[in-house]
Design a protein around this ligand. Sequence first.
Ligand SMILES: [Zn+2]
Length: 145
Amino acid sequence: MMKLLKGTKIYSILTGNCPVCQNERMYTKRNPYDVTSTLTMEERCSHCSTKYKIEPSFFYGAMYVSYPVGLIFAGIAFILSYLVFNLNLIQTYLIIVLVMFATLPIILRLSRNIWINLFMTYDKTRSIKNRSVPKFVSPKNASIK
Ligand SMILES: [Zn+2]
C-alpha cells in the first residue's frame, strides 16, 4: 500500500521520510512516542544530502499546520464518540481531550512533515538507489586538498 504512494507527498508526510528522495527517515528515532526525541531530526538526508532545516527557525512554521491537523483528529474523535457511539457531550469532550493528548506526538510530526513538503518536492533522479551520490562536502573542507 505504502509502496504505491512512493513519489507522492502523502508518502513523505505519512512516513516522515526525506521529502526529496523518500529513501530514509528524517527523524532519528522511528517511534514518535519516544518523547525526548519526538522532534529530533537528522540534519541532512544521508542519501540525497537534502538539508531539512532550510533556515534557522524553519520548523516554527509547522505550528500553523498543527492547528488544522489537530482539528482533524478532534473531528474524528467527535464523530466517533458523539455520532457513532452516541456518548453525551461531556463524555465526548473528555474523549477529545484524551485523544488530543494521546496523539500529540503524531500530530507534531505530521505537521512538520506537511510543512517541509510545502517547500520540497520528490525528485526521482535523486531517489535512485545504488547510484553514487557525492557525499556532501562542506565548503570549508572542500578547499583542503
Ligand atoms: Zn533524501
